[in-house]
Every structure is written in structure tokens, then in C-alpha cells.
Design a protein around this ligand. Sequence first.
Ligand code: SF4
Length: 253
Amino acid sequence: MSENRLGARQVELEVLRYNPESDEAPRYQRYSVPCKNEWCMLDALNYLKDNLDPTLAYRWSCHMQVCGSCGMMINGEPKLACKAMVRDYEGVIRIEPLAHFPIERDLVSVADDFMDKLKRVKPYLIPGKPKTLEEGEYKQTPEQMQRYRKFSMCINCMLCYAACPEYGLTKSKFIGPAAITLAHRYNLDSRDGGRDERQEEIATNEGVWECTFVGACSDVCPKHVDPASALQQVKVASTVDWYLEHFMSWSKK
Ligand code: SF4
């Protein structure tokens, strides 16, 4: 990197380019971008697109670590482009789409598999005892909310899927960290009664039992959701379910 008279440093970005409709294979394209000290990687990409190459495709929306749409690999690690600061990197910076997902175009990943898995685990409240409007809200105490609060902070950025070696190996099968964590978040909610429906999806070989507890999902999560701990909690709860079910049927004999 070198500094110009405006105080910006020339940063070399090596960006994966691929249009499945016209390219035989992905390739890397090098750009020299004048980056300010306070820029995140998304600022650098926006400069690149506005001034150097308008054909580059990538997703973003909020620029404040909330929408979860600017996930990409930066020097081989899953990151939010709006959180990774350019100043934290040396030399040529390689930028690629999220690992383990097909490429829609350039840095845009196809998210269909993740969306399908999210739907399967029913990540929404299924009231145990439905109420009429006249009966009022579904209330809970701050202590009841604390049981699941950490797991509710997920922004669906898919970084944990890009980091998960198990998802990379068995991607069409493993439901994966974020979807299972969201199922667990609703299972822990005192207002919910949908646990049995979700357990049919997540307490299975395609669910938690595919997880080998590498923990990379929690390492890369930008919102500190800690999906690895959620999956281990689901394993323990499912094991207790299994013992109770078999012990109860055995004790009735
Ligand atoms: S668990 Fe973390 S890394 Fe995974 S999708 Fe949610 S916010 Fe992103």
C-alpha cells in the first residue's frame, strides 16, 4: 500500500469475478483502490464500483451490521464487508463470495438452500395456547427473555455456513448452524408451543447430529450469537427426550 497526497492509501484488491451465464470459470481481477483510513471493505467496494468498474456485482444494504447481506470471504475468512476495516489488512486483499454456496454472480452467493432450511425449522412463534385479541398480549418476564435473547440476535448473514466444514461437506443435507439456532431460540421462548414440530427437523441426522462441534460458526459470527453452544444445547435436550421416551415406554411394560 502507498499513501497519496490526499491521505488515501492505494490498496490492491483481488476480486473474484464470475458470470455463470457467460464465463467458463471464475477468475480474479486486480484493482488499485484509494482507501481512507476509516473505510471498511464495503466502502472500498463502493468506490470501486462507482469509479473503476460498474460491472462488479455484490450485495449490501444497511452499511451498519444489521441487514446481513454483505457477507463475503476476505482473505479466506467469512466477514461482513461493512465490519471488516481496510486498515486491518496488509498487502493484496483477496475478496471472494461466501464459501460453500453457488455463485449467482461475482460476490453474490445463491442463498436458496439457506432460505429453504430456515423455512423448515419454523423460525416464528407458534403459540402453545392461542389467545383472542380480547385476552391480551403474550407476556413474559425479562428472565424468560434472557433464556433465548443471545440466539435471537442472528441477522441471517450466512457467515457461519461459510465457516462450517460440515456444511461444506454435506451442504445439501446439514440444516446448519443459524437455522438450528433460530429453531432453538423459539423452543426456549416461554410463549411458544411449537417445539415438537421443530424437533422433527433439528433433532435428526440432518440436524444437530451432523454437527461435529468444530466451533468455527461461533468464531466468525459478527453478532456473537454463539450458534455452536445452541447446537450443543439441542443435542443435550434431544438426548434427554430420547431417554425419557424410552424409559417411560419401558417402565409401562
Ligand atoms: S448465527 Fe451469526 S454468523 Fe450465523 S447467520 Fe446468524 S448472525 Fe450470521
